[in-house]
Write a protein that binds this ligand. Structure first.
Ligand SMILES: [Zn+2]
Ligand SMILES: [Zn+2]
Length: 157
């Protein structure tokens, strides 16, 4: 496998091939587990080193959605896209929005900035996890003083 100056042989090649066979977004640990199920497992160090290497090559993209979890996805033959990340269940939803891309182009042009890469992420709750959205404590209902609850109970000395 020779791609963008990367020469991958042996275990590194197996790491990349495994990742390319996975649909969607996968963490290093999940990839390690998938490789462990193969007859020729790859060491943890090799998995991490290979991912670090190829995620700078355009072959694979790495996204930090979570402090503890970096997810990788194959980028070969795939168009640029951005992500929504559910902080409750970890689901990743891909989106591409022409209007957002255009606005970003406008922003970089305005700053005479030469963009190389961007990653747009929105963190929140997916449709299934919507009920987990923390709500603000409802304000305590005020004690009612309607006319009916008269002050008759208030006895005057
Ligand atoms: Zn969710
Ligand atoms: Zn993606």
């Amino acid at each position: 496998m020779r791609s963008r100056g990367l020469r991958l042989t042996g275990p590194r090649r197996r790491v990349v091939e495994k990742l390319l066979s996975v649909k969607g977004h996968v963490a290093a640990d999940e990839l390690l587990e998938l490789l462990r199920r193969d007859r020729t497992p790859v060491s943890k160090a090799t998995v991490y080193r290979t991912l670090a290497l190829v995620s700078r090559s355009g072959l694979i993209d790495g996204h930090d959605f979570d402090r503890r979890k970096r997810l990788y996805e194959p980028m070969i033959g795939r168009a640029h896209h951005d992500h929504l990340y559910c902080i409750a269940c970890g689901k990743v939803i891909e989106f591409s929005e022409e209007a957002i891309e255009r606005l970003q182009d406008m922003v970089v042009a305005r700053h005479r900035f030469t963009p190389v890469y961007h990653s747009h992420k929105i963190f929140g709750y997916c449709e299934e996890c919507r009920d987990q959205v923390p709500r603000e404590e409802p304000a305590l209902p005020r004690p009612r003083r309607s006319g009916r609850e008269t002050r008759s109970q208030e006895r005057r000395p």
